[in-house]
Design a protein around this ligand. Sequence first.
Ligand code: ADP
Ligand code: MG
Length: 594
Amino acid sequence: MKSRSHRYRLFSEMLREVFFQAKGQWKYILVAALSILAISVLEFIIPQWTKVVIDQVIPEQQIAALFELGAAIVGAALLLGVFRFVSSFVMTIVSQGAISQLRNKLYRHTVNLDLNFFDRNRTGDLMSRLTSDVNQLQELVSADTLSIVADFFTFIAICGYLLYVDWQLALLLMSTFPFLFYTSRFFSGRIKSVYRTVRQSSAELSNHLQDTLSGIRVIKSFASENDEIDRFAGLTEINRASIVKASRLSASFPPIIEWLNYIGMTLVLLFGAWQAMHNHITVGDIVAYLAYLRLLQGPVRSFSRMVSKIQQASAAYERIHEVLVTVPAVRNKERAIILPPIQGEILFDNVDFAYEKGVPVLENFYLQIEPQQVTALVGSSGSGKSTIAHLIARLYDVQKGAIFIDGYPLTDVTLESLRTQIGIVSQDVILLNGTIRDNIAYGKPQATREEIEAAARAANALAFIEAFPQGYDTLVGERGVKLSGGQKQRLSIARALLKNPRLIILDEATAALDTESEQLIQSALSTLLPGRTCLVIAHRLSTIQSADHIVVLEKGRIVEAGTHEGLLTLSGRYKTLYDKQFPQMIKEKETLLA
Ligand code: ADP
Ligand code: MG
């Protein structure tokens, strides 16, 4: 349970945040505010003219004044429309400006957060913070909000006037307001919450559709169509029921409000008539009263709507705020230096690291990687190989000890100067929506055509790229062609090559490939490696036999290290791994030759 003061602080911070973003547009806000002021004045005046017609023009038969007043009312109503349009349109400009700035700010902040944050938060949840939660806040910077301020003054002015004319009638009329206020608050709260369930159930429906339609092969191969049909029917039913419930509420709301309005009207009419019979007020007063009653009912309802709007916005802002106050643990420290071009000597000096507290992955870890050599890391899965790659790129910070690159502590250099010198090719290649060219040039958008082609050639990707009718302009990713694992892998090697990194990390880059693609990639890599420092992480030992130095890792500890031959003669862990894989390697070679 959040304390009251915490909620209040959050609320004032939200107003500051939203209106700070809107601040640059004060001219628009001024225009909208003036229009709203004009609206209040016009709304107050029109019933006065009605009263004049009834109490003065009719008894005294002033035909000319009749036309004048008629024209005035028509003209005023027209102006009323113009001001309403101006205020709501101008405020949309302001709110959209403020909201898109806030959204950009949130996105900038989110993208700059470290991987640890993304490990802890689900993508879907972050997406909804950036979209629907930000949209919620938009409602705060709207013409409704401005007009509520104006409404408040109109409300006070009209109430004062009514009390002045006939305080008994005025009190009677006002006695209906609390009912109106609480009824609409009750309904708008309930309606919002049932619509939230409607939104949730619709989202679940579309999640289910997305999962099952994109995974249709699995469903068919397990013959589980009927299970999915039943599950879908269940979700459809939840969705249907929630929509019916929502519309029952939202359909009963206007009639109830209408009825309350009529009760107010009837009270004014009956008591007003009685007062008029005793000559306390005029007939014109009654008509004006009825008009003001309608005018006052609007603000009462919008006050109550505003209360729930603010509650909604606060809840949304709380979720936005959580992201905004998260400071990435991995960030440039003050006065971080720019890492000069590296040789690639890496030292893990007594490092402790855990992704989650209490689950250490590396402890007292020591590892030295020589510059301009190929170092291989082997070990069973889960032994911490990828973790070492992540730590070198400083995707996470270590808890104890330090990592040095060419003698510089990683934490002393800027993230950008470090990461631009490292090329990582990993097992699961992520291609972005776009062309083959975009994907190769991702780390270096200004690359020339020649550079891109040279990278593709070196990565052994030239042949298959040129076989596409559109060559480098072929679209890949969700909406483009389907590439095989080996083709994607070669694109990612070309991408790493183009960056011309001094340090290359291949994290099981060939593990998922068949032998033929693996050999293509091996030969691509042999052009990539000379003159650079390379860390090869491999599950398959065939890929690393020629490495200068092989490190065998188990459960976050180095159990053996040496060259291929040296390790074989040790008859230790490496030999066991090798013996397990060797027969299989011979078989693979045979099928390749056949
Ligand atoms: P390898 O690459 O050798 O298969 P990893 O370095 O990926 O092993 O993983 C080492 C250990 O760290 C494993 O126990 C794994 O479950 C854990 N781990 C890896 N990534 C994360 C993460 N993002 N969050 C929490 N634990 C992780
Ligand atoms: Mg791994």
